[in-house]
Design a protein around this ligand. Sequence first.
Ligand code: ATP
Ligand code: MG
Length: 418
Amino acid sequence: MVTYLGKLGELTLKGSNLKFFEKLLVQNAKTYLLSVDAKVHLNFGRLYIECEESACPAVEFTLSRLTGITGWAKAEVTEKNIEAIQKKVLELALVEKEKGAKTFKIEARRSDKSFPLDSYSIMREAGNLVYERQILSVDVHSPDVTFTVEVRDKVYVYSDSQKGRRGLPVGCSGKGLLLLSGGLDSPVAGYRMIRRGMTVECIYFHSYPYTSEEAQKKVEKLAEIVSGYGLRLHLNTIPFTQVQMQIKKKSPENYTTLMLRMCMMKVATMLAKRIGADCLITGESLGQVASQTIENMAVTESASGLPLLRPLVGLDKEEIIATAREIGTYETSILPYEDCCVLFSPKHPVLKAPLEEATRIFESLEVEPLLEEAFNNRQLMRFEAAGFVAQNWGTKENTEKLSKDHAVIVPMPQQSQV
Ligand code: ATP
Ligand code: MG
């Protein structure tokens, strides 16, 4: 049996709401691990996951994506006396020495106050065998490895602590509809909101045959990666070719991109209302392209009455790319397949569109019926982190069902019901 420990960060500041956040965190961890034999519980500010060695990859997938924990570690459990602790630290030190470590330090926490040594004494004594036998030498400032000893209901000892996602557990901050394209920015924007505890659904506009099936597959892949953090994610695909054609026919050329943005906002707003989303989310960043000047952003958002969140608005491309690499969307985002805006891009897009002018042009497009039609012809795909875990590591009898429900097209209700 292996025990993983997760540390709660920001959550511990939640005062009277703490219980609610903790419950959600446990529930989320359990959801990832539905198909895996693993026990999840929370006790005095620590998340515990116990499992057999064979389930470790699934548990590590979970802990490295679960929002609401600042760090986690695979811990060794030992008896509650200093001799046992010293032996355990020695065992771990031998492993670390093999890996090339030369120096170490000990950190200790004692939440069980009946343990005879205080944390300072534990720190001093836990490494005795390691330096007596000259396995590693002490360096308290920049050690190659830190061994942590936590004296709780049992004693936990670990060397390798990993960073968590931080933020808040998914499900505590309402629901947002992310406009997801195949680019670098929007998956990162979705991830940012997920980390603030938001449940995210996605909407993608495609212009088949002007955009390829590969472009669609790329967006599906991105949705799957982001669903790893968001627990579950629905991808709504909207056929936008007719709308694009109408814009091309009726709009002044320099306004076409902006008109397309407004149309996207309109349909996204319809969907948000249908699914009960509280806001829209985009990957816009100030000044990145012509449609993202402050004036043009004002025009874009005027097409929706909902709050529009732009979590990347003040970030530059390098910062966005750093996050894309960290969350694993970068390699997919840079695949070459064009998204629907490129083919219809004007040579000289308007940079500072006056709102009245943009609104007048939008009304002259007479595009509303096409927007309705596009909305009604949407297609839904569902991505579930639990399904991904089941496909890769599931062992329980629900594995097949969970696997089958992941990354599949969901039949839409009849037209009369939508
Ligand atoms: P991204 O890298 O996210 O594609 P971008 O830098 O290419 O962004 P734009 O193409 O101007 O910027 O798009 C701005 C935002 O509008 C995107 O971040 C995304 O939220 C939304 N968006 C653009 N194209 C689409 C699309 N085809 N479907 C859904 N949303 C889109
Ligand atoms: Mg784009």
